[in-house]
Design a protein around this ligand. Structure first.
Ligand code: UDP
Length: 471
């Protein structure tokens, strides 16, 4: 075997779109800034195969798959990514992911034997076991949280301490690590967190991995110092880790399934005045309930504002399947397409192109972290409708800390009236409050673009991280 004397970074993202995408973006950023490094992204075969198309042909980033069998873990055949699973099936994927350990160990062992340079592993927080592998082979270890700082801090604290279980009769509660005046509400907990008692599959998995991650050498966070001072302060104070905010990473255009991005909706946007259009999307894997979908449709129509809606079947149906008319108010699609008020895109839209378009005025979003960064990096304020996990804290942070969001609803059980939808749209697009939000969103956009400049905080943090690694 030939010995390599190149710095080598091995990255292991969790098998979910919201994790894979920022890991790839981070790999690309490191490749661009440190062209002499070797970078390898490791994952399961199916995920590696889909990642292939997201790398340009000349890229030096290596993709490597580890053996993974879905059938022995009770997962549907060939399903290796959370986007094709229901919430109930996620614990199976988490459990299955731990079986990657021996294969990853073998890989790191081989790589460290053939390299004169110290290896660096950058792993997802869900892979706490990578730390002992790093120690065994004298590799540097960093954890990369693909969420924001505030969202990560709230998520960690809630899972580690389960504060809501200490006052079961109360709807609001404060959580450790956050200022005591900060109120969290039971409706901001995913159903599996609400039911958690410390001995359920979710708590066991998450508590173990979050705790393990505290002995990593560093925590990379997908945010910018200026945008999330509070969240970063909390993480630094309570994890004891050196925290490096290295975002927002350039989002890459992605789509899955057979359909190519529907650029027709961009042409449609061209026909509308600046800041007038509502963009509606609930991310890559979530949907709302059937009754919420009808209220949302009716509210959008009643607002008389133009809108682009990335629509998919409601929760309880195959959310990646075909849309049916019966899930919408009678005659809705026909009316809005004839009047030109609305543009429906099934399942997948070129989100970044839409957000970057000058006609887009506001984003009705589930507050997935990638969506949040994409929206704010384009100066687009948000109407929040968080659905699961740390989305609730992203929405809260944007409303209370940044002032760029108003929340319309929470989760899939909320009763939403079409009037509520109409009212919040009016608030954001027509009145003072909306102007204030827009101003603050533009400020975020500026902070984000500054952070990613050569002498900006995020690239300085990245350089510092790399210096620490290979020093
Ligand atoms: N996305 C997109 N088109 C869509 C839906 C989603 O391009 O129709 C992209 C979006 O730009 C973002 C990612 O998919 O980069 C979704 O990530 P996010 O963290 O917002 O939510 P998740 O899908 O993980 O819940």
């Amino acid at each position: 075997t030939t010995m390599s004397n190149k710095q080598h970074i091995v990255m292991l993202p969790f098998m979910a779109q919201g994790h894979l995408i920022p890991f790839v973006s981070l790999a690309k950023l490191i490749e661009q800034r440190y062209p002499d490094f070797t970078i390898t992204i490791v994952n399961t075969p199916f995920n590696i195969q889909t990642l292939q198309s997201s790398l340009p042909p000349h890229s030096n980033i290596h993709l490597l798959s580890l053996p993974f069998s879905t059938s022995i873990h009770g997962l549907p055949p060939n399903v290796e990514n959370s986007h094709s699973l229901t919430t109930q099936q996620l614990p199976s994927l988490m459990h299955a992911s731990e079986f990657l350990e021996p294969h990853f160990n073998l890989l790191i062992s081989d790589l460290s034997k053939t390299s004169t340079c110290r290896l660096c592993i950058i792993a997802d927080v869900f892979f706490g076991w990578t730390i002992s592998i790093a120690r065994r082979h004298n590799a540097f270890h960093a954890t990369f949280t693909t969420c924001g700082a505030y969202g990560t801090a709230a998520y960690y604290s809630l899972w580690l301490h389960l504060p809501h279980t200490h006052s079961p009769e109360s709807m609001v509660f404060s959580i450790p690590w956050f200022p005591p005046s900060f109120c969290f509400h039971r409706s901001q907990l995913s159903s599996y967190l609400r039911k958690a008692d410390g001995s359920d599959a979710w708590s066991l998995f998450l508590q173990k991995h979050i705790r393990l991650s505290f002995s990593s050498d560093a925590l990379l966070c997908h945010t910018a110092e200026e945008v999330e001072p509070l969240g970063l302060r909390i993480l630094r104070c309570h994890t004891g880790l050196k925290v490096y905010p290295i975002g927002p990473l350039n989002p890459l255009p992605v789509w899955r399934g057979g359909k190519k991005p529907e650029m027709a909706c961009v042409a449609w946007l061209d026909t509308h005045p600046a800041g007038s259009v509502i963009y509606v999307s609930f991310g890559s894997q979530n949907s709302i309930s059937a009754s919420q979908m009808k209220s949302l449709a009716a509210g959008l129509e009643a607002s008389r504002k133009p809108f682009v809606w990335v629509i998919r079947p409601p929760i309880g149906f195959d959310v990646n399947g075909e849309m049916k008319e019966e899930w919408l108010p009678e005659g809705f699609s026909k009316r809005i397409s004839e009047s030109g008020q609305g543009f429906l895109v099934e399942r997948w839209a070129p989100q970044l192109e839409i957000l970057a378009h000058k006609s887009t005025g506001v984003f009705i979003s589930h507050c997935g972290w990638n969506s949040v960064l994409e929206s704010l990096s384009q100066g687009v304020p948000i109407i929040g409708w968080p659905l699961i996990s740390e989305q609730f804290y992203n929405s809260k942070m944007m409303e209370e800390e940044l002032g760029v969001c108003v929340e319309l609803a929470r989760g899939v059980e909320d009763e939403v009236e079409s009037m509520d939808v109409e009212k919040v749209i009016g608030l954001v697009l027509d009145v003072e409050k909306g102007k204030e939000m827009k101003k603050k969103a533009l400020k975020c956009m500026e902070m984000m673009s500054e952070a990613m400049k050569d002498d900006g905080s995020s690239l300085i943090a990245l350089d510092e991280f790399i210096k620490n690694l290979f020093g």
